[in-house]
Design a protein around this ligand. Structure first.
Ligand SMILES: [Zn+2]
Length: 61
């Protein structure tokens, strides 16, 4: 058995040398990562569909 480790790729440089900087928000739905390659912070939603739904619902009609 292998340990599945969460390793997102950087959306800017597509690099894999990222480390978890902090997690915040309700139930830690949002996580902030730091790319060691291009030295950029980026956020990652653990429940992207859930947030997409929120975005759709919160839009003014
Ligand atoms: Zn990067």
């Amino acid at each position: 058995m292998s340990v599945e480790k969460e390793s997102p790729t950087c959306p800017f440089c597509d690099g894999k040398h990222v480390e978890l900087y902090s997690s915040f928000g309700t139930a830690q739905l949002v996580r902030q990562y730091y790319c060691l390659n291009c030295k950029t912070f980026f956020k990652k939603y653990t429940m992207e569909r859930f947030f997409l739904l929120i975005d759709l619902m919160s839009q003014p009609i």
